[in-house]
Design a binder for this molecule. Structure first.
Ligand SMILES: [Zn+2]
Length: 181
């Protein structure tokens, strides 16, 4: 995950220290470890604690969406440069499930091609804060990632709507992803 790099760059080290101090001790131990690799997985409970804390931070509304856009940009422009250069937006959406597996060590994101420039994506996850990514992920991060992935692959007018949510009584989260051209 690129969360720490993102926060350090955008927030600065003073805000970072304040954030570290607010995290529960177990989450802080992981998040501030000096050998935290850029791509290492955090336990989900750590990520959920960070997401809860940063989305409560004053004057930082939209931080989760912005963070997800940053992550999409880092990964899709570096690791998947070739894919994107050759790929169409549809190809990138078909890869969305593989990309999910890069970020999360559990759950599944299944893309279904519904039409030209229209995908439905089903996110299979539970709602346990210890083991499942929380609301910030499905409500903010996933659509922001998808919209930025579309943009980076050359689509115009890309939009991802979170039409069903496992926190609102549905068995899965669902996204309708469309773009204009
Ligand atoms: Zn959801």
């Amino acid at each position: 995950m690129h969360t720490r790099t993102y926060l350090q760059t955008r927030w600065g080290s003073q805000a970072m220290s304040a954030l570290d101090a607010k995290l529960p001790a177990a989450a802080r131990a992981v998040f501030t470890a000096p050998d935290l690799a850029a791509h290492s997985w955090y336990p989900i409970s750590v990520w959920n604690a960070i997401a809860d804390e940063i989305s409560r931070w004053p004057n930082r509304s939209g931080v989760i969406r912005d963070l997800a856009a940053y992550v999409a940009e880092q990964d899709l422009t570096l690791a998947h440069k070739v894919l994107l250069k050759l790929g169409t937006p549809a190809l990138v959406m078909r890869q969305a499930g593989v990309m999910w597996g890069m970020y999360f060590n559990g759950g599944r994101l299944a893309p279904l091609a519904e039409g030209e420039r229209f995908f439905r994506l089903i996110l299979y996850l539970g709602v346990d804060p210890q083991s499942d990514p929380g609301r910030q992920i499905c409500r903010d991060a996933v659509p922001a990632w998808q919209e930025n992935a579309l943009r980076l692959s050359g689509a115009r007018g890309g939009q991802s709507l979170h039409t069903k949510c496992r926190f609102e009584g549905h068995p899965t989260c669902e996204y309708e992803v469309r773009w204009l051209r």
